[in-house]
Write a protein that binds this ligand. Structure first.
Ligand code: NDP
Ligand code: OXD
Length: 314
């Protein structure tokens, strides 16, 4: 039996899609009556506390997002493989959001929005994309695709990851040793890291202070674009950096506390673009088939793919 355990998302489209993709799958949602000993598979997004620890015959846990911090931080985590979402639809959604934000900063759209509100016709000098250095933190499934699409638009793109990489058209940096050089050549910093003990609070005063201050548009750069997780960012440090000119703009899709509290200074800040954790939604129409296929693989005794490495935390 397959258990869907979600909070904050509507069950309807997920149940409907599972029924279409696997009509024979016995499916229950966590708000229905079920016998916990019958559950072999669970798909979770912010499942209620305690629920996951009470499934004695569980064989696989599916994260309904690409990120798995919502699972790994739990006290009730069973010792079974965790399969996460790796899916072209989700990747493309993230790349769209990242490219949108990078182009918005590059093409000075926030300034034109303000001019429009003032009824002011004021063309600004515009450099070409190849004069702008984008740095992508995290070169996994999402970071790599965004980096490659940004490079195709002509930006000078570098990436930073834990392990060394070689990617055509991208300057690759890795580990502690590569971080400062990567930051020093970055005008627009895109953050697509997972939330782990190693990355907690990594976007802080020290890191922001190492970003390039010699960008081609000094009044716009450096800028940051974070769609990784709120836990990566020290929000007071970001606000200080914006207020004292170390940072010239921020696009934030993720926050330490979500929903973003009403009194957060980010809402009204003229240099900040806020989106409500929508950079890359998990669309049941795209994701359910991958889960059904993983169950088929498991039942055929084929190895699972996209398993989370609990030691690394992602
Ligand atoms: P991956 O696991 O494929 O990639 C993670 C990348 O981060 C890898 O390149 C990895 O390095 C790097 N990394 C991890 N830890 C470190 C570290 N300590 N130092 C340097 N690099 C590190 O993840 P995805 O690309 O699929 O997703 C990234 C994150 O995006 C998710 O974990 C989630 O938090 C977030 N996300 C946000 C969404 C939104 O709507 N806002 C939607 C979906 C995901 P290496 O390659 O060497 O392993
Ligand atoms: C995810 C997310 O991790 O939506 O997929 O944040």
């Amino acid at each position: 039996m397959f258990l869907l355990a979600l909070t904050g998302w509507d069950y309807g489209p997920w149940v409907e899609r599972f029924r279409q993709a696997a009509p024979d799958l016995q499916l229950v949602t966590h708000d229905q009556d079920y016998d916990p000993t019958e559950i072999k598979y669970v798909a979770a997004w912010n499942a209620p506390d305690g629920l996951l620890g009470n499934l004695p015959n569980l064989e696989i846990m599916f994260s309904l997002g690409a990120g798995v911090d919502h699972l790994l931080k739990r006290d009730d985590l069973p010792d079974v493989p965790i399969v996460r979402v790796v899916n072209d639809d989700l990747t493309m959604r993230m790349t769209e959001w990242v490219v949108l934000q990078v182009l918005m900063h590059h093409r000075q759209q926030r300034a034109y929005d303000a001019f429009q509100r003032e009824g002011k016709w004021e063309p600004l000098w515009q450099p070409a994309a190849d004069a702008v250095r984008v740095g992508v933190m995290g070169l996994g499934v999402l970071g790599r695709d965004a980096a490659e699409k940004l490079a195709a638009l002509g930006f000078q793109v570098a990436g930073w990851s834990r392990s060394e990489k070689q990617i055509a058209g991208i300057d690759c940096f890795s580990g502690e040793a590569g971080l400062d050089e990567f930051l020093a050549r970055t005008d627009i910093l895109v953050v697509l890291l997972p939330s782990t003990p190693d990355t907690a609070g990594i976007i802080d005063k020290a890191l922001l202070g190492k970003l390039a201050q010699d960008g081609v548009l000094p009044q716009r750069f450096p800028a940051i674009v974070n769609a990784g997780r709120g836990a990566l960012q020290n929000e007071d440090d970001i606000l200080d950096a914006l207020n004292n000119g170390v940072l010239r703009a921020a696009s934030l899709d993720v926050f330490q506390q979500e929903p973003l509290p009403e009194d957060s200074a980010f809402w009204q800040h003229p240099l900040v673009t806020v989106t409500p954790h929508i950079a890359a939604d998990s669309d049941p129409a795209a994701i359910v088939e991958g889960i059904v296929e993983a169950i088929d693989r498991h039942e055929r005794d084929d190895p699972l793919i996209n398993i989370v490495d609990r030691g690394r935390g992602y």
